[in-house]
Design a binder for this molecule. Structure first.
Ligand SMILES: [Zn+2]
Length: 349
């Protein structure tokens, strides 16, 4: 496929375009910004990573269980619950944007229930997951963690009004006869990322931890707290659920997806611990002399590569894009194993 047709198919996916505006803008301006033969090739995406086809408006909406639905643009995900008193929406990614209400309208009219969003639950404060919040006006009840409120007050973004209802560790939300259990189990991806459990729908929503079918985005989904992020899958698996909404990519997850992801991260931690022992720093410091950063950078790149290589090999064909982002995640885990766990730390004699 030529770079032009690749770009066209990429641009045809409005969602993916909006997800990476800088790249899309570059692709739109420069003609061609990069020659196809200068760009690296990656392993094919396993079919198990992909979700259902999008409709003409660029979204897919599907039922998880009973009156709980999920909606995707192929890259981002939200969920909603239709109740006798209105709709509870979970996250409002700007890439899905006005398609959120379209998806709700479609389901509500098919089932003869209200399409009015009365509650909007924030998984965490990040703009890429709640940046379409303001589309739902001033009269919806926004629900989130106290830290989400603090961070959104700091960020002062009119697209993301602060939550009206907050909680510290646990809150049961009851709307139209349905029960939603919100919980905060410590920092992970961000300080405010929460577990959204719908016990009567066998569903857990936990965003930006496991992206079912795919390896994490760069640097373990840009985790702010690596040990907290590594601990999250076990906490998620301690809940009873069948369906998982991870906030990303084209399909919901299963418990099996969570176990595979947990093993992937465990394998990287093990690889990093081996790399800290196995990779010899001598040649890097010998070559770069007084340029300490050059020596450190190349030494740590070699450690991350040492840790990532067997993991990429093991997960290619199992998790999509293992060869794209594993080295980046290995680097962040390397830093956490050194700095949080203190592995390899030596006191000068
Ligand atoms: Zn996030």
């Amino acid at each position: 496929m030529s770079s032009t047709s690749n770009r066209r198919s990429f641009l045809a996916k409005g969602a993916a375009l909006a997800a990476v505006p800088a790249v899309a803008a570059m692709a739109g301006v420069a003609e061609p910004a990069y020659a196809d033969d200068a760009l690296p090739d990656y392993a094919p995406i396993p079919p198990s990573a992909l979700g259902p086809a999008l409709n003409a408006q660029g979204y897919y909406v599907g039922r998880l269980e009973r009156n709980l639905y999920w909606v995707t643009d192929g890259t981002y995900q939200a969920a909603f619950l239709t109740t006798r008193d209105g709709v509870v929406l979970f996250d409002a990614p700007p890439t899905i944007g006005h398609n959120l209400q379209r998806a709700i309208d479609e389901i509500a009219s098919a089932n003869g229930v209200s399409n009015k969003v009365t509650h909007l639950v924030y998984s965490h404060h990040h703009a890429d997951h709640v940046g379409a919040s303001s589309l739902f006006g001033r009269h919806v009840v926004r629900v989130g963690h106290t830290e989400t409120k603090r961070l959104l007050a700091r960020d002062n973004d009119p697209a993301r009004p602060v939550p009206d209802l907050t909680f510290e560790t646990q809150r049961t939300l009851r709307v139209g006869g349905e029960r939603i259990e919100l919980a905060w189990h410590g920092t992970n991806h961000t300080p405010d990322n929460i577990y959204i459990h719908l016990p009567n729908h066998n569903t857990l929503m936990l965003v930006d931890i496991n992206l079912p079918g795919w390896v994490p985005f760069a640097s373990l989904n840009i985790a702010e707290d690596v040990p907290g992020t590594i601990a999250a899958p076990a906490k998620a698996l301690s809940y009873p659920w069948k369906h998982y909404i991870g906030g990303h990519m084209g399909r919901p997850g299963t418990r099996r997806d969570m176990v595979v992801y947990q093993q992937y991260v465990t394998d990287l931690v093990d690889g990093v611990k081996k790399a800290l022992v196995a990779v010899d720093p001598t040649p890097f410091f010998a070559k770069y002399g007084n340029n300490t950063w050059a020596a450190v950078k190349l030494y740590q790149d070699a450690q991350a590569e040492y840790a990532a290589a067997p993991v990429i090999k093991k997960y290619t064909g199992i998790l999509a894009a293992a060869d794209v982002y594993t080295a980046s995640t290995a680097f962040l885990i390397l830093e956490s194993v050194r700095l949080d766990l203190g592995v390899g730390s030596q006191v000068h004699p």
